[in-house]
Write a protein that binds this ligand. Sequence first.
Ligand SMILES: O=C([O-])[C@@H](O)[C@@H](O)[C@H](O)[C@@H](O)C(=O)[O-]
Ligand SMILES: [Mg+2]
Length: 418
Amino acid sequence: MNSTDSRIRQLIVTPIAFSDPPLLNSSGVHEPLALRCVLQLVLEDGTVGLGEIPGGDDRLERLLAAGKVIVGMDVFDTTAVAAAIDATLLPTVPGSHERGWITSAVEVACLDAQGRLTGRPVSDLLGGRVRDSVPFAAYLFYKWAEHPALDGRPAIGDGWGEALDPAGIVEQARVMRQRYGFDSFKLKGGVFPPDEEIAAMKALAEAFPGSPLRLDPNTAWTVETSRYVARELVDVVEYLEDPTPTLAGMAEVAETSPMPLATNMCVIAWEHLRPAVEQNAIQVLLTDHHYWGGLRRTRELAAVCEAFGIGLSMHSNSHLGISLAAMTHVAATLPNLDHSCDTHYPWNSDDDVIVPGPLELRDGAVKVPTGPGLGVELDHDALERLHRRYLDSGLRGRDDTGYMRRFHPEYALRLPRW
Ligand SMILES: O=C([O-])[C@@H](O)[C@@H](O)[C@H](O)[C@@H](O)C(=O)[O-]
Ligand SMILES: [Mg+2]
């Protein structure tokens, strides 16, 4: 291969908006549109690598800055590419977590391009698969039946219906299992008083005996409440996720918790790992390549978890297919991934598929694409449509709390709430 072929010519970043149902969480409710940025990394020979991360003005601006400094670099030299981006962002973005989003997005696009150049799937470039399909959990949410009418906009339904009590959650889980074959279930909690959510988990355990269950209230509980919930859910959940804020709070809960504690909130950057281990604050880490710096960094993180006996799961926000492909490739290469991964993918509308083709949730798992790179192709018409939606929406960031207040002006964000 001629090495000049693999030089980066341009990074095209496209902000997009896609439909999201009214899913409830500890800070409010999802807005009708979620934002992402799609990356197209164009090489001198015309090869294009894809990437995707959550959107918002700050990230968009940082991606554009990153795009400028990597022009002319070799797409195989991801160490230098990440270092150049990191150095550019460091003066204005001091937190390694925030820089991780940007270096990750570009690394994924580089790996996709490398795969296309070499004819190898990204999982091969990461060292090879230990599994051919990656298990995912059904991600259950309390939700409204529809986005209520607002400012002249009519109500927006979604076909999932309402889920505001244990029966609604069990029904949602049944539909998730029927459509996608999920075996594990995660409930996004922190929405209703803890006893109601305990009842929902017990109802799930009764409806799906033997299925691994998790509850994630996104730090809605005090240490004392977390300990109470943990006692109530002994032998019901495989882990409790982020019951309470801060590492110190988690460590206090962990002292008496009969089940492991998991996080994607208090350990989100490399500098959090040492104190987490020292305080035995977490027993499972939900990794997320989008903010841990990329797919290779995720493998390094998995090795750290292995060294310290920390279990491994995977976090998800609302996302589209490029992210699902990247999550699937890296998850396929992690020997110590011992829990099924989270994904919001089933909540997406069929109109928002930007990479039609091989990605399919079946039997609760996604088969690892075997084509070159991520193994997915961008539908440019769909991308253009979602970009238009972004432009027309005027939405420039995520605000679950503000959106909740449009309907319940008295709503206040309180973490912990109970
Ligand atoms: O989308 C949501 O409402 C979730 O709460 C998301 O924001 C979290 O990042 C995530 O799913 C989690 O596991 O904490
Ligand atoms: Mg979580």
